[in-house]
Design a protein around this ligand. Structure first.
Ligand code: ADP
Length: 505
């Protein structure tokens, strides 16, 4: 095992890594900027280094500085978490040159896995089906002919990208130029090394399923229960569940086996998630990620296996410690991502101060908040403010548990997707397990969900007006106005509180 691990990330994944490192008996070191000095992960760490005056984004992308810091503090490994430097080949090279282990793949493997086209080739060689699409395109002309050959609608994807960044749905030729130009501009701004793109046939009504797999240097491998995350916005997961509600368990077993075979073919040691899209019986590999899945908590919640701890152990050279049965699901898990964003405006982030953020104390679900009251949601980072998860013996019971917990979550000061998430959990597509990746992409389907949130807010408003009128409250308008600004606040709750208060007085 390592003796000291520097965690090169922020937010909840930093806190999770700190915890895992400490549980493994090593020292956890972190660094932080002026913007995130009071974060949980910083307080829990054994050592915390303040990067005074550092740019809040660049600090976490600074491959050279972080590698130097690791040397200065005597760390023997660096955990990149997800995002930031988790797929940065130069960083991995910098660390190797300093004899520090990167908790992820080595440079040769990372070069292969970050290249979606090379991964598709490898998948085909393993006998897996891939989505039809083009090879690498370096200019608009080749992109146009690739898209025409593939047939619209297509998905435009960067060859090396993650987190859905740079991906767009292209329905007709005229949409290619603006999408490509936006990609080129962004690549120039961020000085990205790989500026190749490709197209893939857009599988409009597919479902998205991924398999986390752990494999050690001796080839012992275990795949954890599949995570279905078909409901996405901006190509990022909004609702996850495990196991997938897909009835065809033979298909799931086949995908799980394919995932393990794929890691075997690559001779990969560590943690990876193998991703597929499924339309009926048609299953296609899309890519493999080598970093901790953003939704690792869903796996840890549903089984006895801790993905992050196992990953660190394996990279340090230990053998897999997940024992037979420990990877079996204990129940059905549903998880949702609560984001500070405006679903009605193309999910644009909604930065601001969390003037109110009340996470229910007594709840049967788990709400992992990434922020607290008074925090500023900055436009620098992903606007996730909480991951909420519930587990129960059935899917229905788990959905109910989550809905109850979310009805008690109060967020004020920023716009959030909370009302939308509630509407999704109530929708017939979701409750009948029929939702696919089009749910929040299709304009009509999204509009219908948003309309439902609007109607509910109005009904709640009517209820509170009725209650206030009944009690002749002089400040009713003020209260209504204030309540109207409370995103995700249940007016029913407010009404009953007011009623209780006046009865007690
Ligand atoms: P990234 O590495 O940026 O996350 P992915 O290739 O994993 O990119 O794609 C992001 C998301 O886009 C996936 O989670 C999936 O829902 C969707 N997706 C990917 N490929 C296709 C496709 N060919 N058709 C439809 N949806 C797709």
């Amino acid at each position: 095992m390592f003796s000291k691990v520097l965690i090169a990330n922020r937010g909840t994944i930093r806190a999770k890594c700190v915890q895992a490192v400490r549980e493994l008996g090593a020292r956890a070191a972190v660094f932080y900027t002026d913007q995130d000095n009071m974060s949980h992960g910083v307080r829990m760490a054994d050592e915390a280094y303040h990067l005074a005056g550092a740019d809040p984004i660049r600090a976490y992308y600074d491959a050279e500085r972080i590698a130097d810091l690791a040397v200065q503090i005597g760390a023997d490994a660096v955990h990149p978490g997800y995002g930031f430097l988790a797929e940065n080949v130069e960083f991995v090279r910098n660390l190797a040159a300093r004899k520090i282990r990167f908790i992820g793949p080595d440079e040769r493997m990372l070069r292969l896995t970050v290249d979606k086209l090379r991964m598709k080739e490898e998948a085909e060689k393993t006998g897996m089906k891939i989505v039809p699409g083009s090879g690498a395109c370096l200019d608009l002309t080749s992109l146009v002919s690739a898209a025409k050959e593939t047939g619209f609608p297509v998905l435009l994807k960067p060859v090396s990208g993650s987190g859905g960044v740079g991906i767009s749905v292209i329905r007709k030729e005229a949409e290619l130029r603006p999408a490509y130009e936006a990609f080129v501009n962004r690549s120039e701004r961020l000085k990205l090394e790989n500026r190749q793109v490709f197209v893939e046939k857009y599988q409009e009504h597919a479902r998205y399923i991924e398999f986390p797999v752990l494999r050690d240097k001796n080839g012992n491998a275990v795949s954890l229960p599949e995570i279905e995350a078909s409901i996405q916005r901006r190509f990022q997961k909004v609702v996850v569940e495990t196991p997938s509600p897909l009835k065809d368990r033979d298909l799931i077993r086949e995908l799980s086996a394919q995932s393990r075979r794929f890691l075997e073919r690559l001779e990969y040691a560590g943690l990876a998630s193998v991703e597929f899209i499924v339309t009926g019986k048609n299953i296609c590999f899309i890519e493999m990620n080598t970093y901790v899945p953003v939704w690792h908590a869903a796996s840890t919640y549903s089984t006895d296996a801790d993905l992050v701890r196992e990953q660190i152990r394996i990279i340090s050279g230990d053998l897999l410690s997940v024992r037979e049965g420990e990877q079996n699901p204990r129940g059905h898990v549903i998880g949702v991502s609560i984001n500070a964003e405006d679903p009605a405006k193309d999910f644009v982030p909604s930065p601001g101060t969390l003037t109110q953020f009340e996470v229910p104390l007594a709840t049967n679900a788990t709400i992992n908040a990434t922020a607290k009251r008074g925090d500023t949601i900055s436009s620098f980072y992903e606007p996730v403010i909480a991951q909420a998860l519930a587990i129960d013996s059935t899917r229905e019971a788990s959905i109910t548990k989550l809905k109850v917990a979310l009805s008690e979550l109060i967020v004020e000061g920023v716009k959030t997707n909370l009302p939308l998430v509630r509407a999704i959990l109530e929708s017939p597509q979701f409750t009948r397990a029929e939702a696919d990746i089009s749910m929040l992409v299709d304009k009509d389907s999204l509009a219908e969900l948003l309309e439902k949130t609007r109607r509910e807010a109005e009904e709640d408003m009517a209820a509170i007006i009725a209650a206030l009128t009944l009690h002749g409250d002089a400040n009713s308008q003020e209260i209504i106005d204030a309540a109207g600004r409370v995103e995700g606040f249940s007016f029913w709750n407010l009404t009953s509180r007011l009623l209780n208060r006046s009865t007690m007085e």
